[in-house]
Unconditional design. Structure first.
Length: 380
């Protein structure tokens, strides 16, 4: 499955709660992060694991499984430019390496900018999200004042110059002279490029890696491993031709879905991967309203309880008389909490239930106390 992380206490992705305590965790380059608690809410991840079983009623997730590998996928990393603001001075979008980034109330912000619209020119940002055919819809944005060691640029190849050994991604020209170019990559292909940030003035960016931007190009993943298995993808539909469309760089055959799917829809699609194509069996909407309704979900042990706040997995959560189930709160008890992220960056508990299986910090690759979220707005 591939989608954004919407819950912790193990990880919840696309309606499935995966036990990731023994999973190998890596970034998009294959660097191991298994013992670093690197996973955060809002990250887009690809999960390989067991078959799933139906979950008990009452949770935001509908199935459970065990993850063997989790890869988190950064799409953009670099300097923030071209911040567009509304009449009140709130940022509405910004660019990284010529790619425009938009966000919504379900985007998680962390770092220097922890609330919607607080991104500033001169910051550096790391973006997780989905391409909608025109710009990136961010599920998580991490901002910093420190320049990264490499830049990352994801997008669609619009031109290739074989004589100059360059390709164009959006507005940027990238040299592939040092890394070569896969013969399967052409104009119209979605790619992820790693760039040397020390660009020579008036010269193309120098790529240190260029890969296809789909699941089959992720570390330790091969088509043979995927072929014949169930798959579920979250993303934004593009390239609709008849009953076929593109989602996260993969071709989806939607002929069995019944209802038409159109470009620009954000969806979750479930099916079986066969010979390079996801044969879709079912789908559901994943628009802002759907994600706001579902919210975040945390499983953990309550600490630092006061009249209107408590700590859960290292996060300060507020509650009030409107919070369903607040009477169960006590220091040291395990709970499941459905959270809503407020516009000011604070976390509000909509509903609390006892969860005797919840741990204080998780184990192995569990989030280890981190809540830096998705499926609602910013976070820290």
């Amino acid at each position: 499955t591939s989608g954004s992380i919407v819950g912790f206490g193990s990880i919840i992705v696309n309606g499935v709660r995966y036990d990731d305590s023994l999973a190998k965790v890596a970034d998009v380059d294959g660097t191991d992060h298994s013992n670093s608690n690197a996973l955060k809410l809002g990250m887009v991840v690809a999960v390989q694991g067991s078959a799933t079983t139906v979950a008990q009623a009452g949770f935001n997730y509908t199935a459970e499984g065990t993850a063997s590998q989790v890869v988190f996928v950064t799409e953009l990393l670099g300097p923030v430019t071209n911040v567009v603001r509304d009449a009140q001075g709130q940022a509405q979008s910004f660019d990284i390496l010529g790619q425009t980034v938009h966000w919504s109330s379900t985007t998680v912000f962390d770092g220097l900018s922890t609330t919607l619209g607080a991104v500033e020119q001169g910051q550096f940002a790391e973006v997780y999200g989905f391409w909608d055919g025109e710009f990136w819809q961010a599920s998580r944005v991490e901002t910093s004042s420190t320049a990264p060691a490499v830049y990352r640029l994801s997008g669609v190849v619009t031109a290739i110059d074989t004589a100059a050994h360059t390709l164009t991604i959006g507005q940027e020209t990238v040299s592939y002279a040092a890394v070569g170019l896969d013969a399967a990559l052409g104009v119209g292909t979605s790619v992820r490029a790693v760039l040397n940030p020390n660009r020579v003035l008036a010269q193309p960016w120098a790529a240190t890696a260029i890969r296809r931007a789909d699941l089959q190009a992720l570390p330790n993943v091969t088509s043979a491993e995927l072929d014949g298995f169930e798959m579920e993808l979250e993303g934004i539909v593009s390239g609709v031709v008849g009953s076929r469309f593109t989602l996260q760089g993969l071709t989806v055959d939607g002929s069995a879905l019944g209802a038409p799917i159109t470009n620009g829809q954000r969806v979750e699609v479930k099916g079986r991967f066969t010979q390079g194509v996801l044969i879709a069996q079912s789908w559901e909407s994943d628009e802002d309203s759907d994600r706001e309704r579902k919210g975040f979900e945390l499983h953990g042990v309550v600490s630092a309880l006061s009249a209107n706040t408590f700590e859960l997995r290292g996060y300060s959560v507020t509650y009030d008389a409107s919070t369903k189930g607040a009477q169960v709160l006590a220091n040291g008890i395990g709970v499941e909490v459905k959270l809503q992220l407020q516009a000011n960056g604070s976390w509000y508990a909509r509903e609390i239930e006892s969860d005797e299986n919840a741990s204080a910090t998780g184990s192995g690759n569990d989030d280890g106390g981190e809540l830096e979220g998705v499926e609602t707005s910013d976070g820290d």
